[in-house]
Design a protein around this ligand. Structure first.
Ligand code: CP
Length: 319
Protein backbone atom coordinates (compact mmCIF):
# COMPACT_ATOMS: atom_id res chain seq x y z
CA UNK A 1 0.00 0.00 0.00
CA UNK A 2 1.30 3.43 -0.95
CA UNK A 3 1.18 5.43 2.29
CA UNK A 4 1.48 8.71 0.40
CA UNK A 5 -1.39 7.95 -1.92
CA UNK A 6 -4.52 9.98 -1.20
CA UNK A 7 -7.81 8.27 -1.89
CA UNK A 8 -9.33 10.48 -4.59
CA UNK A 9 -12.73 10.22 -2.86
CA UNK A 10 -11.40 12.10 0.16
CA UNK A 11 -12.22 15.79 0.03
CA UNK A 12 -9.56 17.63 2.03
CA UNK A 13 -11.32 20.96 1.77
CA UNK A 14 -13.03 21.46 5.10
CA UNK A 15 -16.71 22.18 4.64
CA UNK A 16 -19.53 22.55 7.18
CA UNK A 17 -23.32 22.68 7.06
CA UNK A 18 -24.71 25.59 9.07
CA UNK A 19 -27.41 26.29 6.50
CA UNK A 20 -27.91 25.81 2.76
CA UNK A 21 -27.52 29.54 2.18
CA UNK A 22 -23.77 29.07 2.69
CA UNK A 23 -23.56 26.42 -0.05
CA UNK A 24 -23.63 27.09 -3.77
CA UNK A 25 -26.89 26.31 -5.57
CA UNK A 26 -25.01 23.60 -7.47
CA UNK A 27 -23.87 21.95 -4.22
CA UNK A 28 -27.41 22.07 -2.81
CA UNK A 29 -28.76 20.36 -5.94
CA UNK A 30 -25.97 17.82 -5.66
CA UNK A 31 -26.87 17.10 -2.01
CA UNK A 32 -30.46 16.40 -3.02
CA UNK A 33 -29.42 14.14 -5.88
CA UNK A 34 -27.00 12.29 -3.59
CA UNK A 35 -29.82 11.80 -1.04
CA UNK A 36 -31.97 10.23 -3.76
CA UNK A 37 -29.11 7.98 -4.88
CA UNK A 38 -28.37 6.91 -1.31
CA UNK A 39 -32.06 6.15 -0.77
CA UNK A 40 -32.44 4.06 -3.91
CA UNK A 41 -29.08 2.27 -3.66
CA UNK A 42 -28.64 1.89 0.10
CA UNK A 43 -26.57 -1.28 -0.23
CA UNK A 44 -23.97 0.50 -2.41
CA UNK A 45 -22.96 2.80 0.41
CA UNK A 46 -22.47 0.19 3.11
CA UNK A 47 -18.99 0.51 4.59
CA UNK A 48 -18.36 4.05 3.32
CA UNK A 49 -18.00 5.33 6.91
CA UNK A 50 -15.98 2.40 8.20
CA UNK A 51 -13.48 3.57 10.81
CA UNK A 52 -15.16 6.96 11.20
CA UNK A 53 -16.88 8.33 14.29
CA UNK A 54 -19.56 11.00 14.39
CA UNK A 55 -19.99 12.87 17.67
CA UNK A 56 -23.54 14.15 18.21
CA UNK A 57 -23.97 16.91 20.78
CA UNK A 58 -27.45 17.84 21.96
CA UNK A 59 -28.44 20.83 24.09
CA UNK A 60 -32.08 20.05 23.31
CA UNK A 61 -34.24 16.96 23.05
CA UNK A 62 -34.47 15.00 19.81
CA UNK A 63 -35.99 11.86 18.35
CA UNK A 64 -35.48 12.02 14.56
CA UNK A 65 -32.20 13.90 14.39
CA UNK A 66 -30.56 11.59 16.89
CA UNK A 67 -31.96 8.36 15.43
CA UNK A 68 -31.37 9.23 11.78
CA UNK A 69 -27.75 10.27 12.30
CA UNK A 70 -26.97 7.28 14.53
CA UNK A 71 -28.76 4.80 12.25
CA UNK A 72 -27.17 6.47 9.24
CA UNK A 73 -23.65 6.04 10.62
CA UNK A 74 -24.38 2.41 11.59
CA UNK A 75 -25.73 1.58 8.13
CA UNK A 76 -22.70 3.21 6.50
CA UNK A 77 -20.36 1.15 8.68
CA UNK A 78 -19.31 3.98 11.00
CA UNK A 79 -20.02 4.79 14.62
CA UNK A 80 -21.91 7.58 16.37
CA UNK A 81 -21.49 8.82 19.94
CA UNK A 82 -24.37 10.67 21.54
CA UNK A 83 -23.49 13.43 24.01
CA UNK A 84 -26.04 15.23 26.14
CA UNK A 85 -24.56 18.70 26.58
CA UNK A 86 -25.43 18.71 30.32
CA UNK A 87 -23.37 15.57 30.89
CA UNK A 88 -20.27 16.96 29.15
CA UNK A 89 -17.55 19.39 30.13
CA UNK A 90 -18.87 21.88 27.59
CA UNK A 91 -20.76 23.08 30.68
CA UNK A 92 -17.45 23.90 32.40
CA UNK A 93 -15.17 25.09 29.64
CA UNK A 94 -15.08 27.03 26.38
CA UNK A 95 -16.77 25.68 23.26
CA UNK A 96 -13.50 26.25 21.40
CA UNK A 97 -11.41 24.03 23.69
CA UNK A 98 -13.91 21.20 23.90
CA UNK A 99 -14.52 21.28 20.14
CA UNK A 100 -10.78 21.14 19.38
CA UNK A 101 -10.50 18.07 21.57
CA UNK A 102 -13.52 16.37 19.89
CA UNK A 103 -11.91 16.89 16.50
CA UNK A 104 -8.91 14.81 17.66
CA UNK A 105 -11.16 11.76 18.13
CA UNK A 106 -14.06 12.31 15.74
CA UNK A 107 -14.33 12.53 11.95
CA UNK A 108 -17.42 14.77 12.08
CA UNK A 109 -19.49 16.70 14.60
CA UNK A 110 -23.24 17.18 14.56
CA UNK A 111 -24.58 19.66 17.10
CA UNK A 112 -28.02 20.78 18.16
CA UNK A 113 -27.24 24.02 19.98
CA UNK A 114 -29.81 26.57 21.04
CA UNK A 115 -27.86 29.59 19.86
CA UNK A 116 -26.51 29.86 16.33
CA UNK A 117 -23.59 31.92 17.72
CA UNK A 118 -22.41 28.88 19.68
CA UNK A 119 -22.63 26.74 16.56
CA UNK A 120 -20.53 29.28 14.65
CA UNK A 121 -17.97 29.22 17.48
CA UNK A 122 -17.83 25.45 17.14
CA UNK A 123 -17.48 25.73 13.36
CA UNK A 124 -14.62 28.23 13.75
CA UNK A 125 -12.74 25.94 16.12
CA UNK A 126 -13.35 22.69 14.27
CA UNK A 127 -10.87 20.90 12.04
CA UNK A 128 -13.54 18.38 10.96
CA UNK A 129 -16.96 19.03 9.35
CA UNK A 130 -19.63 20.46 11.65
CA UNK A 131 -23.29 19.82 10.87
CA UNK A 132 -26.07 21.97 12.30
CA UNK A 133 -28.60 19.62 13.91
CA UNK A 134 -31.03 22.55 14.44
CA UNK A 135 -30.36 25.90 16.08
CA UNK A 136 -32.53 28.95 16.72
CA UNK A 137 -32.00 30.15 13.13
CA UNK A 138 -31.76 27.10 10.87
CA UNK A 139 -32.61 23.43 10.50
CA UNK A 140 -30.85 22.44 7.25
CA UNK A 141 -30.97 18.66 7.79
CA UNK A 142 -34.75 18.85 8.05
CA UNK A 143 -35.00 21.02 4.93
CA UNK A 144 -33.03 18.52 2.85
CA UNK A 145 -35.28 15.67 4.02
CA UNK A 146 -38.30 17.84 3.15
CA UNK A 147 -36.99 18.41 -0.38
CA UNK A 148 -36.12 14.74 -0.74
CA UNK A 149 -39.72 13.92 0.21
CA UNK A 150 -41.10 16.32 -2.40
CA UNK A 151 -38.65 15.14 -5.06
CA UNK A 152 -39.53 11.50 -4.40
CA UNK A 153 -43.23 12.25 -4.47
CA UNK A 154 -42.81 13.92 -7.89
CA UNK A 155 -40.57 11.26 -9.40
CA UNK A 156 -37.48 13.45 -9.06
CA UNK A 157 -38.75 16.64 -10.70
CA UNK A 158 -38.65 19.10 -7.82
CA UNK A 159 -38.39 22.33 -9.84
CA UNK A 160 -41.73 24.13 -9.92
CA UNK A 161 -43.19 22.32 -6.89
CA UNK A 162 -45.57 24.57 -4.96
CA UNK A 163 -45.07 24.41 -1.20
CA UNK A 164 -47.23 26.34 1.26
CA UNK A 165 -45.97 26.70 4.81
CA UNK A 166 -48.49 27.75 7.46
CA UNK A 167 -47.13 28.58 10.89
CA UNK A 168 -44.65 30.71 12.79
CA UNK A 169 -41.75 32.17 10.75
CA UNK A 170 -39.03 30.13 12.46
CA UNK A 171 -35.79 28.20 11.87
CA UNK A 172 -37.61 25.71 9.63
CA UNK A 173 -38.79 28.56 7.43
CA UNK A 174 -35.32 30.10 7.15
CA UNK A 175 -33.94 26.79 5.87
CA UNK A 176 -36.93 26.13 3.58
CA UNK A 177 -36.43 29.57 2.07
CA UNK A 178 -32.72 29.08 1.42
CA UNK A 179 -33.03 25.56 0.01
CA UNK A 180 -36.04 26.49 -2.17
CA UNK A 181 -34.02 29.17 -3.90
CA UNK A 182 -31.47 26.60 -5.06
CA UNK A 183 -34.02 23.98 -6.11
CA UNK A 184 -36.62 26.10 -7.92
CA UNK A 185 -39.38 25.40 -5.40
CA UNK A 186 -42.18 27.99 -5.17
CA UNK A 187 -42.85 28.84 -1.54
CA UNK A 188 -45.96 30.48 -0.12
CA UNK A 189 -45.60 31.59 3.48
CA UNK A 190 -48.58 32.10 5.76
CA UNK A 191 -46.85 33.32 8.90
CA UNK A 192 -48.91 35.50 11.22
CA UNK A 193 -46.14 35.40 13.84
CA UNK A 194 -42.71 36.57 12.81
CA UNK A 195 -39.75 37.87 14.77
CA UNK A 196 -37.63 40.34 12.79
CA UNK A 197 -34.52 39.29 14.75
CA UNK A 198 -34.63 35.67 13.61
CA UNK A 199 -35.79 36.05 9.99
CA UNK A 200 -32.97 35.45 7.53
CA UNK A 201 -33.72 38.54 5.46
CA UNK A 202 -30.98 37.86 2.92
CA UNK A 203 -32.37 34.42 1.98
CA UNK A 204 -35.92 35.79 1.96
CA UNK A 205 -34.92 38.61 -0.38
CA UNK A 206 -33.10 36.18 -2.69
CA UNK A 207 -36.25 34.06 -3.03
CA UNK A 208 -38.41 37.17 -3.57
CA UNK A 209 -36.02 38.43 -6.26
CA UNK A 210 -36.34 35.23 -8.29
CA UNK A 211 -40.15 35.30 -7.98
CA UNK A 212 -40.36 32.10 -5.92
CA UNK A 213 -41.80 33.57 -2.72
CA UNK A 214 -45.33 34.74 -1.93
CA UNK A 215 -46.40 35.91 1.53
CA UNK A 216 -50.02 36.10 2.55
CA UNK A 217 -52.28 35.68 5.57
CA UNK A 218 -55.07 34.09 3.53
CA UNK A 219 -54.54 30.44 4.47
CA UNK A 220 -57.60 29.19 2.59
CA UNK A 221 -56.44 30.51 -0.77
CA UNK A 222 -52.81 29.55 -0.04
CA UNK A 223 -53.71 25.84 0.17
CA UNK A 224 -55.98 25.64 -2.90
CA UNK A 225 -53.27 25.43 -5.56
CA UNK A 226 -50.52 24.08 -3.33
CA UNK A 227 -48.89 20.72 -4.04
CA UNK A 228 -47.73 20.50 -0.43
CA UNK A 229 -48.94 22.11 2.80
CA UNK A 230 -46.43 22.16 5.63
CA UNK A 231 -46.76 23.17 9.27
CA UNK A 232 -44.60 23.15 12.40
CA UNK A 233 -44.89 23.81 16.13
CA UNK A 234 -46.06 27.25 17.23
CA UNK A 235 -43.59 27.36 20.11
CA UNK A 236 -39.96 26.19 20.24
CA UNK A 237 -39.71 22.66 21.55
CA UNK A 238 -37.89 23.60 24.75
CA UNK A 239 -40.71 25.96 25.75
CA UNK A 240 -43.73 23.86 24.83
CA UNK A 241 -44.20 22.27 28.24
CA UNK A 242 -42.47 25.01 30.26
CA UNK A 243 -44.94 26.58 32.77
CA UNK A 244 -43.10 29.91 32.57
CA UNK A 245 -44.05 30.15 28.87
CA UNK A 246 -47.73 29.40 29.51
CA UNK A 247 -48.78 32.99 28.86
CA UNK A 248 -46.77 33.22 25.63
CA UNK A 249 -48.15 29.83 24.59
CA UNK A 250 -51.74 31.01 25.12
CA UNK A 251 -51.03 34.23 23.19
CA UNK A 252 -49.59 32.30 20.26
CA UNK A 253 -52.45 29.79 20.27
CA UNK A 254 -54.98 32.64 20.04
CA UNK A 255 -53.20 34.08 17.01
CA UNK A 256 -52.45 30.76 15.33
CA UNK A 257 -55.62 28.72 15.89
CA UNK A 258 -57.33 30.12 12.74
CA UNK A 259 -54.28 28.81 10.82
CA UNK A 260 -54.48 25.23 12.09
CA UNK A 261 -54.19 22.45 9.47
CA UNK A 262 -57.56 20.75 9.76
CA UNK A 263 -60.23 19.15 7.58
CA UNK A 264 -62.04 22.44 7.07
CA UNK A 265 -58.92 24.21 5.80
CA UNK A 266 -57.96 21.29 3.57
CA UNK A 267 -61.42 20.61 2.11
CA UNK A 268 -60.63 22.60 -1.04
CA UNK A 269 -57.07 21.28 -1.43
CA UNK A 270 -55.51 18.12 -2.83
CA UNK A 271 -52.13 19.06 -1.37
CA UNK A 272 -50.03 16.52 0.48
CA UNK A 273 -49.61 17.34 4.15
CA UNK A 274 -46.15 17.72 5.70
CA UNK A 275 -44.89 18.28 9.24
CA UNK A 276 -41.31 17.99 10.49
CA UNK A 277 -42.43 16.39 13.81
CA UNK A 278 -42.76 16.25 16.77
CA UNK A 279 -46.48 16.88 16.31
CA UNK A 280 -48.66 18.72 18.80
CA UNK A 281 -52.15 17.45 17.91
CA UNK A 282 -54.89 19.99 18.44
CA UNK A 283 -52.46 22.85 18.01
CA UNK A 284 -50.79 23.33 14.59
CA UNK A 285 -52.59 20.28 13.15
CA UNK A 286 -55.57 18.16 14.14
CA UNK A 287 -54.97 14.50 14.90
CA UNK A 288 -57.11 13.26 11.99
CA UNK A 289 -54.92 15.12 9.48
CA UNK A 290 -51.70 13.47 10.68
CA UNK A 291 -52.62 10.06 9.32
CA UNK A 292 -55.14 11.00 6.63
CA UNK A 293 -54.65 9.88 3.02
CA UNK A 294 -53.08 13.24 2.06
CA UNK A 295 -50.41 13.00 4.75
CA UNK A 296 -46.80 12.17 3.83
CA UNK A 297 -45.51 13.05 7.29
CA UNK A 298 -43.98 9.64 8.06
CA UNK A 299 -42.27 9.50 4.64
CA UNK A 300 -40.85 12.91 5.40
CA UNK A 301 -39.54 11.75 8.79
CA UNK A 302 -38.15 8.54 7.28
CA UNK A 303 -36.27 10.59 4.70
CA UNK A 304 -34.19 12.19 7.43
CA UNK A 305 -32.07 9.02 7.28
CA UNK A 306 -31.03 9.32 3.64
CA UNK A 307 -30.67 13.09 3.86
CA UNK A 308 -28.31 12.71 6.82
CA UNK A 309 -26.30 10.02 5.05
CA UNK A 310 -25.89 12.20 1.97
CA UNK A 311 -24.77 15.20 4.03
CA UNK A 312 -22.17 13.10 5.86
CA UNK A 313 -20.92 11.34 2.71
CA UNK A 314 -20.51 14.66 0.96
CA UNK A 315 -18.80 16.47 3.83
CA UNK A 316 -16.42 13.68 4.77
CA UNK A 317 -15.73 11.96 1.46
CA UNK A 318 -16.61 14.59 -1.09
CA UNK A 319 -19.21 12.34 -2.72
N1 CP B 1 -37.74 17.29 13.15
C1 CP B 1 -36.80 17.04 14.06
O1 CP B 1 -35.71 17.63 14.04
O2 CP B 1 -37.11 16.06 14.95
P1 CP B 1 -36.40 15.88 16.36
O3 CP B 1 -36.52 17.19 17.08
O4 CP B 1 -37.12 14.77 17.04
O5 CP B 1 -34.94 15.55 16.11
Amino acid sequence: MDLWHCDEKVNHTLKHLVDWKFWSDEDVRHALELSRTVKHKRWEFQGHMQGNTLVMLFQKTSTRTRVSFEAGMAELGGHAINLDWRATNFTLSKIRFETRYLCRNAAMLMARLKDNKDLLEMEQAASVPVINGCCNLYHPCQALADMLTIAEDRGGAIKGARLTYIGVYNNIVNSLVSISAALGVHLTLVCPIRDDHTIDKESRQKLLDVGQLVETLDAKSAVVDADYVYTDTWLDMEYFNDPSYEQEKRKRCDIMLPYQINAELMESSQAKIMHDMPIHPGYEITEDMVECSQSIIYDQAENRLDAQKAIMLHLLHGL
